[in-house]
Write a protein that binds this ligand. Sequence first.
Ligand code: ADP
Ligand code: ZN
Length: 552
Amino acid sequence: WSSRDFSWTKNLEVYNKIVFGNHSFRPNQREIINATMSGCDVFVLMPTGGGKSLTYQLPALICAGITLVISPLVSLIQDQIMNLLQTNIPAASLSAGMEWAEQLEILQELSSENSKYKLLYVTPEKVAKSDSLLRHLESLNSRSLLARFVIDEAHCVSQWGHDFRPDYQALGVLKQKFPNIPVLALTATATASVKEDVVQALGLVNCVVFRQSFNRPNLWYSVVPKTNKCLEDIDRFIKENHFDECGIIYCLSRMDCEKVTETLRAFGHKAAFYHSNMDPGKRAFVQKKWSKDEINIICATVAFGMGINKPDVRFVIHHSLPKSIEGYHQECGRAGRDGQRSSCVLYYSYTDYIRVKSMISQGGLGQGHMTTGYNRKASSGRMLESNTENLLRMVSYCENEVDCRRFLQLVHLGEKFDSTNCKNTCDNCSSSKNLIEKDVTLIARQLVELVKLTGERFSSAHIVELYRGSLNQMVKKHRHDTLHLHGAGKHLAKSEASRILHYLVTEDILAEGVRKSDLYGSVSSLLKVNRSKAASLLSGGQTITMRFPSTV
Ligand code: ADP
Ligand code: ZN
């Protein structure tokens, strides 16, 4: 997509320089623009700050017609529009909070033959719940004035992802009603299964995929056991490494945010809390003080993050267990935007796992921005299953004392990473712990056999339970306790068994897929056997060794 000359190539150069003031394109920008302007559906995975906005704003200027941008938060939309107006690009937005008369005026202006607007930003519920918007789009389309649909934060479409928003699911209607209008889906976070799910739900056809490395070499990752002296530990960590520097501490609940803030203040830090239970004015106030460095430390729930662009965040601390690896990766990604060395420390305890698990099963995910509708749904069936699976992955990440943290995160995001490139920038790579090489061939073979025996229809969590001889409901329901390998791995710790199983996924011997339940269309992950890669392991032609902490 980069080398060919297109009819618009000259225009791209000129507009990029003159309108946007950029000297050149960043990696993939030109390719994405060429693909979407050629009329293809495009899926883009690009880290935050990579320059996703340009990939639709520039085409919006060059193409005839309107570009419809769907973005999850009114505050993000306002930011974007402000930026566009500063560059003299006329853009408008519609959201539920606006006066109807004002909305109508915008829609009418858009429908006029030479509308001043090139971009229209809307929240997803506008598409899901407003017939009048769809009717206007139809009218524009009949006059060839609809250029493209842009779906920002596209991972929100997937229930399997960590930030599902119900209104995003309705966006499939766009491709149904307007099969010829190209869709550009953008996200900074998605596992391979989330990507598949998004592509399916949106109905993208022969979609061109661009993905960039998600490795952030300037971030240092570590996991620390959480004791009841956790706040003292955090205080010491900050004073020793990041005194008077700026950081975020992610907490599980609003109460935690307030408690951590209070304690850190008593220790002499300039801290404030931020959570969804505060009124918007207060939140904006805190965020402003933080951007102006009048407060260094924000203790926040995950409600704090999207659209935060402070370049000099020197540390992101997780005071308790994040709910998924991709969520964790994204939260850490708010540190070190300026490329300077920054720390990501996660305080882990098994007690927190139990706490998060019970929050998930009660439907209170603690995600301040979620609607209650979501929460009710989250506690039911498959949704609960996929949230639990995500959480278990996070636990096995924390309990892994051997493998490179970057490797573990990136593999989860579908990216291969050679851990020698970590260069001791994570706790496991720089650890002086004694590791010994163990032959795990038999265990690996049994795990693969179990996946096969159970018909390739179960999640890794279930396979681990079954292998270790659990008699939980799922095991009983499917009569898996009658399998000869039930309990064959009872000598293994859960973290060991799941580490070996996930290793087989990274080696492509097992593959992870998604399963759709027909009733609600929700998804969960399941393991499959990659026959060709598994053949030599199953026939005894391959040995597998892994490193383990020596127990002496
Ligand atoms: P994303 O949406 O991927 O997080 P943005 O689109 O907000 O990233 O871009 C991040 C920053 O990079 C913005 O300040 C933008 O102006 C700048 N930027 C984008 N593309 C270029 C480019 N080709 N050259 C220079 N700066 C760029
Ligand atoms: Zn490492």
